[in-house]
Design a protein. Structure first.
Length: 294
């Protein structure tokens, strides 16, 4: 894994307000560094999900856009390109990802996009500063989602819009089910928790509607969307990429060398079974495309 920027000495230590402490420790640390290292893969893997997000967001030329959990800024930059007379702010907990995002924006010559480290649950956004809030899988991790979405509502102008993509339940997402089964090596794995901070924290559509309603959003709509999760052309490469994703990486921790080799062989075999000559390894995923109005 590539080394991330040195961000942890006393002079560079973050002073932002953080209430999602465990998430910050992960994302402004190993999880963020790992995402930066596999940035190109993740953006390619989530291309269909990004398309679904922007179809729902319908970014207007003069929109002021807030991108929550922006990561390395793929979606923030895409929003800025659409909001040609407006601007886009991307916020995230990870300084490594934000640094990469800023590098990408500068290399692309984008002048209407900025990035800021923030815990969006409590960050002091200016009141009514944004016309559109977007997120690609960045809002499932809040310890208090009602408070977080209320804070985002406060930052959104009356009549402003919210557009999100979030994962549906684990069992409906082949992109997780298949690699996890392969890496189990016969172990009885505990279920992946849902409706708690984590990748599947907003899997329950009724809970999403309740949270957004209590947080001050109206006209909440959820669309059930299937989207291809693209692991790439080659099964061995797909297996390596999968093994670096957090929900799978933890299954390799604590294994000895022989067990790790067996697990990776099983994962490569599973990817090979699902590879096609034309499309490579593409597994099914199910997402909620969420829209709401302030």
């Amino acid at each position: 894994m590539e080394a991330g920027p040195d961000r942890r000495d006393a002079e560079t230590e973050s002073t932002i307000e953080v209430v999602n402490v465990e998430q910050a420790a992960s994302w402004d640390g190993p999880a963020g560094d790992a995402w930066v290292a596999r940035e190109a893969f993740q953006n390619d893997a989530l291309a269909a999900h990004t398309d679904a997000l922007f179809a729902a967001a319908d970014v207007r030329p003069d929109d002021r856009v807030l991108d929550v959990g922006c990561g390395t800024g793929d979606t923030t930059r895409a929003a800025a390109l659409r909001a040609v007379d407006g601007d886009a702010l991307g916020v995230d907990l990870s300084r490594a990802m934000l640094a990469r995002a800023a590098e990408r924006a500068a290399s692309e010559g984008l002048h209407n996009v900025t990035f800021e480290q923030a815990d969006a649950q409590v960050h002091a956004f200016a009141d009514a500063a944004y016309d559109l809030v977007i997120s690609r899988f960045g809002v499932m991790f809040f310890a208090d989602p009602v408070a977080a979405f209320a804070n985002l509502a406060r930052a959104t102008a009356p009549g402003g819009r919210l557009a999100l993509v979030v994962w549906q339940p684990f069992a409906d997402n082949e992109w997780v089910v298949v690699p996890r089964a392969a890496l189990a090596l016969g172990r009885d794995l505990p279920p992946i928790p849902e409706d708690v901070p984590g990748p599947f924290g907003l899997a329950d559509p009724d809970r999403v509607r309740r949270i957004l309603g209590e947080a001050g959003w109206s006209h909440v709509e959820l669309d059930d969307v299937r989207a291809t999760y693209d692991y790439g052309a080659e099964p061995a490469t797909a297996a390596q990429h999968a093994s670096e994703i957090g929900v799978f990486r933890v299954l390799l921790e604590g294994l000895d060398d022989a067990q790790t080799a067996r697990a990776m062989d099983a994962l490569t075999a599973a990817m090979t079974e699902r590879a096609t000559p034309a499309g490579g390894v593409q597994l099914d995923s199910r997402i909620w495309v969420v829209r709401a109005v302030r």
